[in-house]
Design a protein around this ligand. Structure first.
Ligand code: ATP
Length: 452
């Protein structure tokens, strides 16, 4: 009988070990929660003081403390003090530790030791974030969270507090990267072919589709990317001619909205009473170079007008709730007059893998110069990885979760009832095919002459 029990015990232990080994590679989130996190917590608690000491993150105690140690605690040796641990929190991707820095240490000191800390505690990465003066958070990840991106089911409170916040990707420290249109109204997404730009746009559109906002598409590649989202688009332009008319209509709409602001004596759409507040609009421009490039001389006039209208929108439309989301492979002065002026207004930047350093500089050089090197090291076998920066100078490595075009189309269809009818944009309203399979076969816009 005892032999049978032993065999059962050994078999159980072996299958548990096998299960954990399998989980480690195939389901790292499960492995981390079951085994990695408990081990890391113990390791952190046991080795904290000595690790901080060898990593140079301790300071000599104050005279008062030294006096108390010698005379009250009656200990002859006065040890250097590490930052005080205020809170330790585990999550499905890692562990967060809040530290109170003693006088003499600054966040940069801890950040400079992050590689040493990561090795000492056996975690995948350690990122240091200053939360308020004197306090830093160590954000540790237990595994490579960007290898296969899974967004958390529930987002932390506070992260999606605004009316225009969309979770789009995961950062390498395990936190969620959101696109917050009130904080950063206009953005530019760059990347080489096959770098993951469309995947980023899909995640963005699927997130926006669920919000009470209007979406406007400009996709001069004949609508190959955006036509599928027709059910959720209030307007779509698929040729430079249509784009030009649509941009004129948007500028007209912006001016009408400014009249409303002026009538109510407010400077921002969000300050209007809810009953008169217009619906926010996000204008998604795919492959921006198609708007700039001209084959023949007579197109130049139209191009110049379009660029001027986009600059006007980028400079002023934020106040009336019109936001630009521009995407392209490159966006530099070679595109022509006005390109760099427009780019300067698009302060949210997401740069995927690019073919040369110059393109990385176009994307991030003016707002977060440190991030340029990070872009040039994105490996080609990791499509979807990008560097996100904004005008605060901060940046982070992000990756979107995988989403097929069919999934994004399905979300747009599910939330089609949220699509606002905007009279000024009605001539550009796309026809929604009844059968999703027939999307490609349908005409894109109603043949109504442009009026504004
Ligand atoms: N976040 C991601 N995770 C995993 N795979 C991704 C991710 N993003 C993109 N990919 C894969 O990389 C390939 C290229 O992606 P995508 O079509 O988004 O690139 P792109 O920059 O839009 O390319 P193009 O400019 O040629 O249209 C696709 O096969 C896609 O499945």
């Amino acid at each position: 009988m005892s032999d049978v029990v032993t065999v059962l015990e050994v078999t159980g232990a072996l299958s548990a070990a096998g299960g954990l080994g399998y989980a480690k590679t195939r389901a790292p989130r499960v492995f981390w929660s079951l085994a990695g996190l408990p081990v890391a917590r113990v390791r952190f608690a046991v080795t904290y003081r000595s690790t901080m000491d060898v990593c140079g993150l301790t300071v000599q105690p104050s005279r008062f403390r030294a006096f108390m140690v010698r005379n009250v605690a009656r200990r002859p040796d006065v040890q250097p003090v590490p930052p005080k641990v205020r809170r330790v929190r585990g999550s499905s991707t890692g562990m967060k530790v809040m530290l109170r820095l003693p006088a003499g240490l600054e966040p940069g000191d801890v950040a400079a030791a992050s590689e040493r800390l990561r090795h000492a505690w056996g975690v995948h990465s350690v990122h240091v974030v200053e939360v308020r003066p004197g306090f830093v958070e160590l954000r540790m990840t237990g595994y490579d969270v960007l290898r296969r991106v899974r967004m958390p089911r529930r987002l932390p409170r506070g992260l999606t507090s605004g009316p225009m916040v969309v979770p789009v990707a995961l950062r390498e420290d395990g936190t969620v990267f959101v696109r917050d249109y009130q904080r950063v109204p206009h953005a530019l997404t760059l990347g080489a072919n096959q770098s993951g730009k469309s995947m980023y746009q899909r995640n963005l559109i699927a997130g926006l589709a669920k919000l009470p906002v209007g979406l406007v598409g400009i996709d001069c590649k004949r609508g190959v990317e955006q036509r599928g989202y027709a059910a959720r688009l209030s307007a779509l332009a698929v040729t430079p001619d249509e784009a030009s008319g649509l941009l004129d209509a948007l500028v007209g709409l912006m001016e009408e909205r400014f009249d409303v602001l002026s009538e109510y004596g407010v400077a921002d759409m969000w300050s209007l009473p809810a009953r008169v507040r217009p619906v926010p609009l996000v204008v998604l421009v795919d492959e921006v170079a198609e708007l700039f490039l001209t084959a023949v001389k007579k197109d130049e006039e139209r191009r110049d007008r379009m660029v001027m209208q986009m600059i006007r929108l980028a400079q002023m439309a934020r106040a009336v709730g019109i936001y630009l989301e521009v995407c392209g492979q490159r966006f530099g002065s070679e595109l022509g007059k006005g390109a760099t002026m427009l780019r300067a207004q698009l302060t949210g930047r997401v740069v995927h893998r690019v073919n040369d350093k110059q393109t990385a500089e176009m994307g991030l050089g003016d707002i977060a110069p440190d991030a340029v090197v990070a872009v040039t090291t994105i490996p080609p076998d990791r499509p979807g990885v990008a560097v996100a920066g904004d005008s605060s100078g901060g940046w982070s490595r992000i990756r979107t979760p995988e989403m097929t075009p069919a999934e994004a189309v399905a979300v747009c269809r599910e939330y089609a009832h949220l699509t606002p009818h905007i009279p000024a944009l009605e001539p550009y309203r796309p026809i929604v095919p009844a059968d999703p399979a027939a999307v490609d076969a349908m005409p894109v816009v109603k043949p109504v002459p442009v009026t504004e």
